[in-house]
Write a protein of this length. Structure first.
Length: 395
């Protein structure tokens, strides 16, 4: 990869094809994809229904630009807004970062003041969204960033209360991830959720729920914020929305639904017609019954993980099929060992295995995924224990 920026650490696999929960390499090996394209492929690789409508749309046209209206856009927007139970309008974009950029831009138009985010929130890597992202190591090389952004400790009620006492009247908006996708799968506490909502009433700030990774049924509800009785003004979604193609959306609800007027914002590519066709199918599949099945599968996955020997895992975090398994081993070695065993793992926050399997995964496939993870952890632990014994004998 001589001519490609070295910003990723890809698996040393050349993909031949992918179907369901499996990726097949050119040398004939099969790998279990435990994170479905980082949560993008809600219905696994190569879903026939999604593929069919995309091909049909592509045969009609591929791109038209924002000078033309695609009828699928209104249908997708209507379904998204309906799932909030509110009134609203949608701005389509291409990525989660772009959706959060639109949210931030709307906040700037509506309110002047401080923007509050939390440690280990991840809202994107553009200069504006990086300013909201709660990872100092990611922000530091690109400072100075957008001013008047305050990063507070996640789930720290006392810290937030103290800040509200001092500067509550200055807050323009609060950005929240109800489950921190890149930050270790930490779940928002009920106490901080109540405080956020009460302070929203008291101080009149806007609340933005980042559902880029946690939305669209992933946690056992359509939006993760629905677990916490939050009432956001703006909701951002992406990843799974386009059925595998880039598509995101910022939902502006109730009083803020008309924040953007003519020429306030735009995108050449969004919404892409092919991605919209996929989004229609994705949303049609996310019925209440299906999302309830996701919650049940998440419970089943947790139970299977808890059957492991206690020394293999330290903690399980998350909701639905958005889980983090905290491990106490060298995760680089674990990633390599798992790949050798036919399991592809995604590691976040240094020691968290992030599991984002396809939402239509079967119980048998869940068992297979857990068995492969347990085998890989066993091998890594055996190697560590053996090394410790050798070191002990030498001393």
């Amino acid at each position: 990869m001589e001519h490609i920026c070295q910003v990723y650490k890809p698996f040393p696999i050349q993909i031949d094809r992918a179907r369901g929960v499996y990726i097949y390499s050119k040398d004939g090996k099969r790998y279990f994809d435990s994170f479905s394209g980082i949560g993008v492929l809600a219905f696994g690789h190569g879903d026939e229904d999604i593929k069919k409508v995309m091909i049909e749309k592509m045969e009609r046209y591929i791109h038209t630009s924002n000078f033309f209206f695609d009828e699928d856009a209104e249908e997708v927007a209507e379904k998204l807004v309906k799932k909030t139970g509110r009134t609203g309008r949608v701005f389509f974009a291409n990525s989660g970062a772009e959706a959060n950029e639109a949210a931030l831009k709307a906040v700037k138009k509506l309110r002047k003041g401080l923007i509050v985010s939390f440690e280990k929130n991840f809202h994107g890597r553009t200069i504006a969204t990086l300013s909201l992202t709660g990872f100092e190591n990611l922000r530091k090389p690109f400072e100075p960033l957008v001013p008047e952004v305050i990063i507070l400790p996640y789930n720290d009620v006392r810290s937030f209360e103290f800040f509200l006492e001092k500067r509550g009247t200055e807050i323009a908006a609060v950005f929240v991830e109800c489950i921190q996708g890149s930050g270790g799968l930490n779940v928002l506490s009920k106490d901080i959720a109540r405080l956020i909502m009460q302070a929203k009433i008291d101080f009149g700030y806007l609340l933005v729920a980042d559902e880029v990774q946690s939305g669209l049924g992933r946690t056992g509800k359509f939006f993760a914020y629905q677990h916490f009785d939050l009432q956001p003004d703006i909701v951002t979604v992406a990843k799974a929305l386009g059925g595998g193609l880039p598509l995101s959306a910022a939902l502006f609800l109730d009083e803020v639904k008309d924040v953007f007027g003519y020429s306030d914002h735009g995108s050449t590519f969004a919404p892409n017609p092919i991605a919209l066709a996929g989004a229609k199918v994705v949303l049609s599949k996310l019925s209440d019954d299906f999302i309830e099945s996701v919650a049940k599968k998440g419970d089943f996955l947790k139970k299977e993980l808890l059957k492991m020997t206690p020394r293999l895992i330290q903690k399980i975090k998350g909701l639905g099929l958005m889980l983090g398994v905290e491990v106490g081993v060298d995760t680089n070695f674990l990633r390599q060992t798992a790949m050798k065993n036919g399991l592809l793992l995604n590691i976040v926050s240094n020691n968290i295995v992030r599991l984002l399997p396809a939402l239509n995964i079967t119980l048998e496939e869940i068992k297979e995924m857990v068995d492969l993870l347990e085998r890989s952890l066993d091998e890594v632990n055996y190697g560590r224990d053996h090394a410790e014994k050798v070191d002990s004998s030498k001393s």
